[in-house]
Design a binder for this molecule. Structure first.
Ligand code: PNS
Length: 162
């Protein structure tokens, strides 16, 4: 059984993430999308809501599950018998940090990292830009899954009422 994990904050999931999930799901028997729980950082969406939005976004991929983790990613990989991390790369700027983490994760636990270059149509997407645009009433409907778009609109409407 070939298993891989796609880790991240996914606050919220974007169409760029989904592109990576779809391509990784085609390469492995099982893919786990794992949301980092950072006790020191609340995030825009709570982790449970991020996971719910992720489950909706991967509902069309039968070999993909959604989970969360705290602490080191390599410990999660060891505990769940996952030998490969899959990461999307948008630009060279992503690569510098990702390369360092990949080398560290291999040194710590022998876990390999597979980099997937994102499709050019989604290479400019980032969760933080999307939150910023949606908060100020911009249209992000083509950039995120429908459920995320709905949730961002609700949040923007709530913020507008305060
Ligand atoms: O979506 P993000 O925020 O870029 O994801 C970063 C993430 C969660 C993949 C990274 O911060 C991570 O692996 N955190 C877990 C803690 C850890 O293992 N740190 C050592 C990395 S070498």
């Amino acid at each position: 059984m070939r298993r891989a994990v796609c880790p991240g904050s996914f606050d919220p999931v974007t169409n760029g993430h989904v592109d990576v999930f779809e391509r990784a799901a085609a390469l492995y028997d099982e893919l786990v999308v794992a949301v980092l729980v950072n006790p020191g950082k609340a995030g825009f969406f709570p982790v449970e809501e991020r996971m719910e939005l992720l489950r909706a976004a991967v509902a069309h991929l039968p070999n993909v599950t959604v989970d969360s983790f705290t602490g080191l990613l390599v410990d999660y990989c060891r505990a769940h018998d996952v030998p490969v991390i899959v990461k999307g790369l948008r630009a060279v700027s992503d690569f510098e940090y990702e390369l360092q983490m990949a080398q560290m994760n291999r040194e710590l636990a022998g876990i390999e990292t597979l980099f997937v270059p994102t499709a050019p149509q989604v290479g400019h997407l980032s969760s933080s830009l999307i939150k910023q645009i949606a908060t100020f009433g911009g249209d992000v409907s083509g950039m995120v899954p429908a459920a995320v778009d709905d949730r961002l609109r609700e949040r923007a409407a709530q913020a507008g009422q305060q």
